[in-house]
Design a protein around this ligand. Sequence first.
Ligand code: ZN
Ligand code: ZN
Length: 173
Amino acid sequence: MKVNLTDVFLNEGKILALEVPYEKEVFESQVGSFTIKEKTPVKLKISNIGQSKALVEGQISLTMAMNCARCLKDVDYTFDLELSEEVVSPDNASSQEDDDMNFMDGYHLDVEVLVDNEILLNWPMKILCKESCKGICKMCGKNLNDGDCGCDDFVPDPRMAAIKDIFNANKEV
Ligand SMILES: [Zn+2]
Ligand SMILES: [Zn+2]
């Protein structure tokens, strides 16, 4: 969805408030491809802040289908994004070198590109189904959150062995 900013660029004090849809059903990027399960429209407020300059502020909430990094279970991850970006009109001479404004297409703001940039900036370091996720057994592949699989993944270490013996002895009492 593209929004024409010509009016805002040209008129001092002009403020444009609008809601535009985020049209994609799937978020695709170098981090992978994720189904968007829920999304709000993008709420935008675009204010003139000087000759050929505008401040774009916006909000959107998006929920994507992801997987737990440890056990691969489906996890819904929600991004609550706040956008704030100063943009300059293409006829503003100083903007010519500024090529990081990939969300501008002439006088039009490409809202999805703007939102996508923000999603990537807010991409989580690690997705977990829960902080204490035990992951999957490396031997049999069972999800250890559903219980112990009984595989012997014990790493032989004399100190650990001693502790394990004490443990087992206590259990039998
Ligand atoms: Zn998990
Ligand atoms: Zn196992």
